[in-house]
Structures are given as structure tokens and as C-alpha cells.
Design a binder for this molecule. Structure first.
Ligand SMILES: [Zn+2]
Length: 291
């Protein structure tokens, strides 16, 4: 038996699956209700224990917000989880469950979920992009999750789009996330990103301009990513994709405007299918791959 956990700033989700990855059950609760890392680990371990029957859970994977020391399974200081600093999540969960535990980046897990069981099924080379408060990614190369030399591949939100652009919280100027991330758009306009996208969809001129600029920057990022990675498909998830009908045509038009990327090698651009279950589904796959 396998378990996949998706640890986010608002929710924790646990999924149990057979060793072939077939889901059996899933549970969720609100992260702030649990509060401390110890309570989160205890809750996840007790849900797994209560629902595993007589089966042994061989492998558990947990997707968590970065930055993460993936080798040692430590959450360093995730901005989405205030108060979590240098948390040895793998060791804690291993001790609580007796299973082997793999800690991974949450966007990587969502990408893996979409690749195996969502919009990216059937591809071999795919990039998952989450466009929400921030911008992140999970890269699949030749059918496998590509994590890079230090586990940080796919940080597409911190590609520099304009070196003269505003300072990002990462310390660089003009990152993709500065121009597109929901938190930055909210700071810039004084409206929550969801409101901004809704206003643009209703025909509000100013909101429309801000959204169009964001979508064009994202489209430029897709051009650079196509040139760097040559994927078959971009799969896009995250809150902004609720406005898919609005942003997808603008991104696509920008991508198509590149004379260098000929139609034959132009990747498809699809909306993610698994919604907020992508992380737990991907974590189950990661547990299966690493069992
Ligand atoms: Zn940045």
C-alpha cells in the first residue's frame, strides 16, 4: 500500500492507494487547525493507520511548499507555512508511520499527477505550470520527473523576463512572478487577483489591461521555455486557470507570434484536469515510483 500527502498552507490532504497507484481513500483537513508540524504529522499518520486495514504502507510521498532540502527531507522556511523552519518532515513522518518517506516539491507533485492521471497523460515531455498566488512548475523529461542537480528544477516563476523590472521577493529583478503572480498583481492594483480576473472578464478596461499584460508575459515565458525544453505540452493549473477562457487565447497568441517556433514544434497548451487533487495524486505516483 502507498500514501500520498499534499501539504499546503490552507489544506493537508492524504490519499491511500494500492501498490499499483489505484486510489482507495482520501482525507483532508485545514492546515491552520492543526497548527504545528508535529500535529500535522500526527494527523496524517493516524488517518493512514486507521484506514490501511491489515496492509503495510510501504512508501509515503509528501509534496510540500519550497524551499525544501529534498535529500534530507527538510522543509527549510516555506513562506506559505509560517512558523515552519527547518522541519525534518521525512524523519518525523518515518518515525510516526514506520514507512519510508519521500519529501518533494508541491509543484513537482502536482505536475507528476497531471502527467500520470491528468491532462498530460500520453505525453513524454511536459511542463506543468501552476499560476496562482505565485508561479511554479514541475518538469517531466522523457517520461520522468526532472528535479535537477539540487531538486529545484522547474522554478519557472523566477525566470528573468525583464532585468529592469521590479524587485521580486527572491532578490532578483523582473521575474515572471513579479509580472504574473497573483500576490504581486494584488499588491500592484490593490485588488485580490481573483477579483481582478473577474473584473477583466466582465469587461473592466483597467483590469483587462493588467490581466492582458500578465498573460502576454506568461506567453513570452512559454516561448523561452519551449526553446529551452522542447516540450510536447504545457499543462497549466492554479487559481488563475479559473479564467482560462480569458488568458488562454492571449498566451497562445503570444506563443504563436514567435517566428522561431514553427507550428510543427509548437507545444499544446492545456488546462490542468485534476484541480486541487493534483498534488495528492502526484504524491501517490511518487510513492509508487520510489517504493
Ligand atoms: Zn523571483
Amino acid at each position: 500500500m502507498l500514501a500520498g500527502i499534499d501539504l499546503g498552507g490552507t489544506q493537508v490532504r492524504v490519499a491511500l492507494a494500492r501498490s499499483d497507484g489505484q486510489l482507495i481513500a482520501s482525507f483532508k483537513t485545514k492546515t491552520p487547525l492543526l497548527g504545528t508540524p508535529q500535529r500535522v504529522v500526527e494527523w496524517a499518520a493516524s488517518e493512514i493507520e486507521r484506514n490501511r486495514g491489515r496492509e503495510k504502507v510501504r512508501s509515503i510521498a509528501i509534496g510540500a511548499p519550497g524551499p525544501i532540502d529534498v535529500e534530507r527531507g527538510i522543509l527549510v522556511n516555506p513562506p506559505n507555512l509560517p512558523g515552519w523552519r527547518n522541519v525534518p518532515l521525512a524523519a518525523m513522518l518515518r518515525q510516526a508511520t514506520g514507512s519510508q518517506v519521500h519529501v518533494a516539491n508541491d509543484a513537482d507533485m502536482a505536475g507528476l499527477g497531471e502527467f500520470h492521471r491528468g491532462a498530460g497523460r500520453g505525453t513524454r515531455n511536459m511542463l506543468y505550470i501552476t499560476w496562482s498566488t505565485g508561479v511554479g512548475g514541475g518538469l517531466i523529461v522523457d517520461g520522468k520527473l526532472h528535479r535537477g542537480a539540487h531538486g529545484t528544477a522547474g522554478e519557472v516563476g523566477h525566470m528573468i523576463i525583464d532585468p529592469n523590472g521590479p524587485l521580486d521577493q527572491c532578490g532578483q529583478h523582473g521575474c515572471l512572478e513579479v509580472f504574473c503572480g497573483g500576490a504581486n498583481l494584488a499588491r500592484e492594483t490593490g485588488h485580490p487577483a481573483a477579483e481582478l480576473f473577474a473584473a477583466a472578464a466582465r469587461g473592466d478596461k483597467h483590469a483587462g489591461m493588467v490581466v492582458e499584460r500578465a498573460a502576454r508575459y506568461m506567453g513570452m515565458a512559454l516561448i523561452s521555455l519551449t526553446n529551452a525544453l522542447d516540450p510536447e505540452m504545457f499543462v497549466m493549473g492554479g487559481g488563475v486557470t479559473r479564467s482560462w477562457g480569458l488568458v488562454q487565447p492571449m498566451m497562445l497568441e503570444t506563443l504563436r507570434s514567435s517566428p522561431f517556433i514553427r507550428p510543427a514544434r509548437r507545444p499544446r497548451l492545456r488546462r490542468a484536469r485534476l484541480g486541487d487533487r493534483a498534488g495528492q495524486v502526484g504524491a501517490v505516483e511518487w510513492a509508487r515510483i520510489n517504493q
